[in-house]
Design a protein around this ligand. Sequence first.
Ligand code: BGC
Length: 723
Amino acid sequence: MICRKYLGSFLASIVLIFFGAGAGAQLTVNDAKIEALIKKMTLEEKVSLIHAKSSFASGDVPRLNIRGFVTSDGPHGVRLEHGIDYSPDPNVYDSGTYLPTGVCLAATWNPALGYEFGKVLGSEAAFRGKDIILGPGINIIRSPLNGRNFEYQSEDPFLVSRMTVGYIKGVQEQGVSACVKHFAANNQETRRFTINVEMSERALREIYLPGFKAAVLEGKVNTLMGAYNKFRGEWASHNHYLLNHILKSEWNFKGLVMSDWNAIHSTMQSIWNGTDLEMGTDLSMQPNPTYGRFFLADTVISLVRNGRAPEYLIDDKVRRILRVMYATNMMEGQQRKKGAYNTKAHQLTAARVAEEGIVLLKNESNTLPLNKTALKKVAVIGYNAERKQSLGGGSSQVKAFYEITPLQGIQTIMGSGADIVYAPGYNIARGATADALSISRAAEAARSADVVIYVGGWTHGYNYAAWGDNAYDAEDTDKPDMQLPFGQEELLRAVLDANPNTIVVLMGGGPVDMTNWEGRAKAIVQAWYPGMEGGNALARILFGQLNPSGKLPMTFPKKLEDVGAHALGQYPGDSVNVYYNDDIYVGYRYFDTYKVEPQYAFGHGLSYTTFAYSNLKVQANGKKATVTFTVKNTGSREGAEVAQVYVHQQNSALPRPEKELKGFQKVVLKGGEQKTISIILNEDAFQYFNDVKNKWVMDPGSFDILVGSSSRDLRLNRRVTLK
Ligand code: BGC
């Protein structure tokens, strides 16, 4: 007998299973073999496949030579080996390539690098015997406070989509499955295990889903991870609307949905609502986990046996799991790809992402690049100059094969040419503030130097060996505010007083409040968490061996109150709900529409050369338009520019943001060189989600096509009428 409560899900499930094929179909190979295998399996065997059998592996069916998945975090490197629990396995060779984190990748605005990044991850995962890599993490950056923004990519759904597709293809071409996460609306860590997210359908469709949709339809991602939070009252990891309705029905996703670790709360809902694999529920069962106690384990067997749940739903989960197993070359007779590990080529990709992702925010009177032959004494100040970041942040931690710190990078470039004085100035420890002695030592070092390179900002927490020490840019925690931690404001003031020729380098997953000192720093560089080669990349930029080309993938506000989520919406909500009243006004969509001045705009990033834009032509063709323009390097040194195309609609039935990013291209130009760029805007570039009609619409009329170097540095515009 089918419970009335699940009748809606039941009908949808039937539609899904029998009429699911269509656009976006994937993983359809080996269907006949899969059906034959399902027929051979007992119910117990089927159920053993749909839940974990260790902290990172899923169950198997030895009788049929089916082995479970071995998964691993995470988004920017293959995590160190863990045993049945989460403690690191000793004596294994598990250090890997530590890539820059997601937000740095997005700051490259180079989708081809997204692909290269994915290739490194896939290849290292294959080498280490992993079947699924638990990335990319693509939740929208809604507030600068979210502790996991460093793992994510952007506030803009278009940029997220473009970077994510390449990443997934790069991973999956290595014979490893990617796992896009966390679906959906996991935009804060505060109360992540309990919070219920409420937002309009329009915000969901326009802001929070496009990255996932691109991952499924264009990236053909094999697996997806549900989020911890609730969405409209139902847990995201077994949410009928998100999983059955949107993902599996509308987008025709053929792969598997796994839960986030320990995100399952109900067997019935998981059976009916589209969860295929339950992971992570063993935490409270240590040291002898009884996996039969999982929600998708023994209880499922009894429910099916006593007629409370139909077996075809279990079959569908198994079918999806087997599809991914075939796609990952795990089945009998299939050849696994070998992959490679800690190669020079992988390290070069890590370097390139850092080199293209580091953003030059300010460069007064061309302070940068520094000329090393003219410098006798350089003061490097700030603990982040020597801090290794790879092991921090939570589940995305990586045991780096090596990690070049900013200080090491600067030392390598300077060689024996100049005297480098280093003073940490502050201490990274719980409750630490910069004390008078460390401040005066730093100021003294600054005073006698030709130039000061201050390296500070955020960090992932205090002691990276202790999970409970996570803080700031880390899982399960949000930042308390946007103020520089550990007394760095005071320190920076003293350093700037001692030597005005100060360059500030900030590390972290997002902005700090700079209003007290931004005007006094000669140059400001946003270095994110730039991976194992980050110190070298940073030094090469500071000393001019490289021309910076990163652009902000998120708005840097002056004050936290200036952010849409904080000004209009709720953040982090009350103890039960968070209402996204900021709606579609996320990131620059808020700043531009509500006319709030940011500290640094979305898409901003300087170069050591200059670019001129000219000759914009927009050719309308039905509901599409082709945008052509010329970008010229008007300086003498080679550089790369990210040309950005935004769309503004003159009149629409529902209000729209002032402008929205709909195209971009990164172009490398020699001094004096110019190139013509052509970007096609399809109908979807002009559409918005009309939640009165409950569909994507294009209101015909006038659209302004805005082209420029950032969302607030627009150089060309042209009006076009579309019918
Ligand atoms: C995180 C996921 C991660 C999983 C496994 C969870 O706590 O939210 O992103 O993949 O743990 O480590």
